[in-house]
Design a protein around this ligand. Structure first.
Ligand code: AOF
Ligand code: ZN
Length: 362
């Protein structure tokens, strides 16, 4: 009998890879014997190492269990291709498992249904789409990159109750409290890249790395800097993994930044600024699934106008800064209310005294 609780366990295991699996998706796997006991568990290891299914098969073997005839619960369809590792579907077939239950199909065109098809063709029972929504929630960025060729961009905004992110003089430290700021580091850690603008770098000289949570992997820092105004002494350049996106082609202007350890990505211009569609495509080419945006109103607004803002992660502090303070998103005046972008609140929660809202395009 198929039990959703085993898939829930597999989803929990998948979450252990939240900070480490990319560019691969986070996948969990549970193997259950005929008596309904879990005999093997696994989750995706960093790219190039074992997928979840192989980890679970190895776990069962290490615990001395036979997986012959067992039921395998896996949060993503087992892969069918030779990538950095061999196909999981073949490993499951060889191991003689009796049934495979998958939460969602793999959107990777190299897999896309073939994994389950091969398993079924080998005479193994297959059940699809068990807890599909929960599984998708773990890998929205991966799915979007595979299906649309662009990463998921999540705009993180810390604001006052009246939607202001800094005083007119730029002072912004701190509007939200410690708990909200620490939570922000968890969202940085799960992202492949942290995107900001040169305005924020010049105003705040931020580090934009992960500090408040433990992670073996720091996201790449991407700075949109159309005119290459980045000071080679900026704090952000002191840690490795900085990519500066610019329209400036002049190698002489690149030199001091290259010497400071940055990588430079020259992109086409759109109205004198970096073409954001081109930027997003370039980030997908680098296999970034989730991009965490911590930028000012101008870049935030430009991303929104370009249709590149997929999620908003908003921390609202119970304070008021007034209309002269800076807005969270700057975009041209709307002629009609009907043209306002609409968002759906997916989650709301308190962190200390601040309200965190997670929103996705309605
Ligand atoms: C699985 N189980 O745990 C994951 C899968 O280059 P490779 O060999 O690591 O393959 C990466 C692809 O495998 C990735 O793009 C996605 O389609 C699939 N991820 N598949 O069977 C897993 N993480
Ligand atoms: Zn695999």
């Amino acid at each position: 009998m198929i039990k959703p609780d085993f898939m829930r366990r597999a989803l929990q295991l998948a979450e252990r890879g939240l900070y480490t699996t990319s560019p691969n998706p986070r996948v969990g796997c549970v193997i259950v014997n005929a008596a309904g006991e879990i005999i093997g568990e696994g989750w995706t290891q960093p790219a190039g190492q074992n997928h979840a299914e192989i980890q679970a098969l190895n776990d069962a073997a290490a615990r001395g269990h036979s997986v012959a005839g067992a039921t395998v619960y896996v949060t993503l369809e087992p892969c069918a291709h030779f990538g950095r590792t061999p196909p999981c579907c073949d490993a499951l077939i060889r191991a003689g498992v009796g049934h495979v239950v998958s939460a969602m199909s793999d959107p990777n065109p190299l897999v896309a249904g073939q994994g389950l098809a091969r398993i079924a063709a080998a005479g193994i029972g297959v059940t699809e789409n068990l807890l599909a929504d929960e599984a998708l929630a773990l890998n929205r960025g991966f799915v979007q990159r595979m299906t649309q060729g662009r990463p998921l961009l999540r705009l993180k905004i810390a604001a006052s109750l009246d939607g202001r992110t800094a005083l007119a003089n730029g002072e912004s430290q701190w509007i939200t409290g410690e708990a909200a700021r620490a939570d922000g580091h968890h969202w940085r850690a799960r992202s492949c890249a942290i995107l900001t603008g040169i305005g924020t770098v010049l105003a705040d000289d931020p580090l934009l790395n992960v500090r408040a949570v433990e992670t073996p992997r720091q996201p790449t820092k991407v700075i949109v800097d159309s005119q290459l105004r980045m000071p080679p002494g900026a704090a952000i350049l002191r840690t490795p993994g900085c990519l500066i996106a610019t329209t400036v082609q002049d190698a002489k202007q690149h030199a001091p930044l290259l010497a400071a350890g940055a990588e430079i990505l020259v992109l086409p211009a759109h109205e004198g600024r970096v073409d954001l569609q081109a930027l997003v495509a370039a980030l997908a080419k680098r296999n970034f699934n989730e991009v965490h945006v911590e930028a000012g109103a101008i870049l935030n607004g430009a991303l929104l106008s370009a249709g590149c803002a997929d999620e908003l992660l908003v921390y609202l502090a119970p304070t008021l800064l007034g209309p002269s303070a800076r807005a969270m998103l700057d975009f041209p005046a709307l002629p009609h209310l009907a043209e306002a972008s609409r968002w759906q609140i997916e989650d709301q929660r308190l962190f200390g005294t601040d309200l965190r809202l997670m929103l996705r395009r309605a």
